[in-house]
Each structure stands twice: as C-alpha cells, then as structure tokens.
Design a protein around this ligand. Structure first.
Ligand SMILES: Cc1ncc(COP(=O)(O)O)c(C=O)c1O
Length: 403
C-alpha cells in the first residue's frame, strides 16, 4: 500500500449520501450494492479534509467568494497538469458544471436555436438544451468494434440540414473526457472538431470535469490549450467556454464548486448577467477544498490514479474470465466504465435493468439514461475499494450463471 488508503471499506450509509442512502428510492431495492453516481467511496485527500476541519473550527459560515489565492491555485494547477496557461481574469467560480452549462446556454441562445450533443452522453446535457427552449441535434458517437469515435461527417450534414431549414445552430456541448464511453479525445480528433465548429461559427461548451482522471497512455488536451497554441483559432476563441472542477478528482462533489473559463470579456459579461439573481455564490467549504486540493493534493491524486487503474485491470480480467458475455468498452479516462450488455440475452432494457437491480442486486446506471444510443449498455463506477468492486462483480456473475 502507498501512503494513502483507497481500500478501506467506509460506511457511507446514513450520511445523506445520494449513492448509498437513496437505494430504495432509486432502485426499489435497499440491498443493492451501489456502483452508480459519479462520486468515490473513499475519503478525499487528507490535506483537503484537514483544511475543511480547520475552516469548520472558525464557526462562521457567511457568504464567501473566491479570492486571489484560489485563482492562483487554479492557474497553477492548469499550468502544471496540462501546460494550459490562462489569465486569472478568465475564471468564473460556479456551484457546478451543470448549472454553468445552463447559464451559458441562457447567455448565448435564443428560443429554438439548435444545440448539438453527442450521445450516449451525460444526461443533464439533454436537459440543459430543453431548459433553454432550444432544439437538440443529436450527433451519436459511432461504436466501431468497441472503440467510440465522433461522426463528424454526420455532424456536418446535420448542421447543414438544420441551417437549410432556417435554424440557428448555436452551440455544441462537448464532453472531454467523455462520460460514459471513457474516451480521452486525441489531439487530431479535437482539431478536426474545432475546425468544423469554427467554420460553422458554433459556440463550443467544453465540459472537462473528468480531465484529471486519465489512464496511462492517454493524455487529456484542454480545448483551450489547442486554441491558444494555434493562430488559425485566434478569432474563434471568443466562442469557447471550458468547465472544470476538483469535484470528481478529489471526491468533493457534494461541496458544489466548479469553475468556468471564458476568455472573451464580452461573453464573460453576458454569462455573469445570465447568472444574475440565481443565488450562485460559493460555499466557503467548496472554495477551501478546491484550493487545498490543487495546492497540496497532487501526490494523493497520483496514488488514486494508480488505484483506479488497478481496479480497471481487475475488472477487465474478471469480466474476461468470469462473465465473458459482458463486454467492457476500453476506457482511456474517467472512473466510469461502459458495459455492453447486448450479449446477455435480454430483449428489452427493462429486462436488463431488472436483472441488474433485482437479481444481481447491483446499482448501475442504465445506458438509456445517456440517450437511446445507450440501449443495452450499463455504466459502472469503479471508484470504490477493490473488495467492493469484486463483491459487485461476483453478484453479477452469480446472477448471470443461469442466463
Ligand atoms: C460530464 C459531467 N459533467 C458534469 C457533471 C456534474 O457536474 P457538477 O456536479 O459540477 O454539476 C458530471 C458528474 O457526473 C459529469 O460526469
């Protein structure tokens, strides 16, 4: 074991945990082993916990804001981890990436504008488009023998068709790394996408919340970095918004803090105006946790990444040996894995879900939650002690034995 312990079986019940304490409500089975919502079953980095305890000691929890020390922590982290150099003035602090995406659409869209997403993808993207009275353009990813790719030819055709009907194709909400299929997009794929969006004059909303969680062999490229490095994108940068957080990386999602990067002053102003009146101030705990995670959490993150990779390898070997009909889609990043369940022999998604929840008693996210393209898939969260992961896999194995 390294310096930090990711194998401890923490008891999360009766902690108001969405993952653990809503089992009956969500899965209709209080005994399921929850391997769904995207948080981790281990404690955050010790330094983060210590800073929160210290902040709690102060006993005063009034309205707070992100001061210069937090801006500096974010600027340094992006430089150190991704070689992305930003100006601190481009930063806006938010209570989450999902609200931030909603505010962005509110700032830039008019009713009936079209907004592109690439399913199967994180469900709140669909909702953000609908919340803002916009029309969805779904450019489904292509699954080629278990490797997902963007279908940019189809995207270009769909943009043309929408424009021909007089529709304003305003924005794309992009997931990088991609939840749920685990792709960490390559530089060449990103550049191809950026060139198309620039040509069509479409805003890019780049959700990079999983940026830190990448397996060996893959590298996360922030779109903003690619843009800043290339003269050809100088004028397009004003249409790009990036969203990041320490929430997944350091298991502090419940502290509701994220940050949005907008280089264009005009767009920043429009964005802040869209937020006005929604009560979007940050909690002092979220801000302190973010700052400490970025200033002191790197060693912990490196160890966590190793543990996640070992969990991933364990899962892969287990499935191949014990449940070969359950096919793992190779993940390059995120602790969420995408399972192709089409060979288990179910006719409908409802049967598959019933099998997982009631027979195997594991709580996974149904693939359909991520759009129709997720039919006959399930998403599993492997950010838990290996023993717990093994328990869940054994449950599936036992239940699948008589299929
Ligand atoms: C791609 C993606 N974006 C956003 C979120 C949630 O972000 P937040 O809690 O900051 O709103 C998640 C959580 O799973 C996610 O996977």
């Amino acid at each position: 074991m390294g310096k930090f312990d990711f194998s401890k079986l923490e008891n999360r019940t009766n902690t108001m945990s969405a993952k653990w304490d809503k089992r009956e409500e969500i899965f209709n089975n209080k005994d399921i082993l929850p391997l769904w919502v995207a948080d981790s079953d281990w404690q955050t980095a010790p330094a983060v916990k210590k800073s929160l305890l210290k902040r709690a000691e102060a006993g005063i929890f009034g309205y707070s804001f992100a001061d210069q020390s937090i801006e500096k922590a974010v600027v340094n982290w992006l430089k150190k981890r991704f070689d992305l150099i930003i100006n601190k003035d481009w930063l806006i602090f938010d209570t989450g990436v999902v609200p931030a995406i909603n505010f962005t659409l509110k700032a830039i869209c008019e009713d009936n504008d079209a907004v592109i997403i690439q399913p199967p993808v994180y469900r709140p993207f669909f909702s953000a488009v609908k919340n803002n009275n916009c029309q969805l353009i779904e450019n489904e990813l292509i699954n080629k023998n278990g490797h997902y790719k963007m279908d940019l030819n189809n995207l270009e055709e769909q943009i043309k068709a929408a424009k021909a009907k007089g529709r304003n194709v305003r924005a794309m909400i992009f997931c990088s790394p991609h939840n749920p299929v685990g792709r960490v997009w390559e530089e060449s794929e990103l550049l191809e996408l950026l060139r198309l969006l620039k040509k069509e004059d479409i805003y890019l909303l780049s959700d990079e919340i999983h940026a830190d969680l990448v397996y060996p062999g893959a590298e996360h490229h922030p779109v903003l970095k690619l843009l800043l490095e290339r003269e050809e994108f100088k004028s397009y940068r004003k249409k790009v918004i990036s969203y990041l957080a320490a929430s997944k990386t350091f298991n502090i999602a419940g502290l509701h803090t994220s940050y949005t990067i907008i280089e264009s002053k005009k767009l920043r102003e429009a964005y802040n105006q869209a937020k006005d009146g929604f009560g979007t101030g940050n909690s002092p705990f979220g801000l302190i946790a973010l700052k400490t995670a970025y200033n002191e959490g790197e060693e912990w993150l490196e160890e966590q990444l190793k543990y996640l990779k070992e969990n991933y390898d364990f899962l892969q070997e287990f499935l191949e040996a014990e449940i070969p009909k359950l096919k793992l889609i190779k993940a390059e990043g995120t602790y969420l894995v995408w399972l192709d369940c089409s060979q288990l022999g179910f006719e409908t998604d409802a049967e598959l879900i019933k099998f997982m929840n009631q027979k195997a008693e594991v709580g996974l996210n149904p693939g359909r939650w991520f759009g129709d393209a997720g039919s006959m898939y399930m998403r599993l969260n492997l950010a838990c002690p290996r023993q717990r992961l093994k328990q869940g896999l054994n449950r599936i194995k036992k239940a699948a034995a008589d299929l």
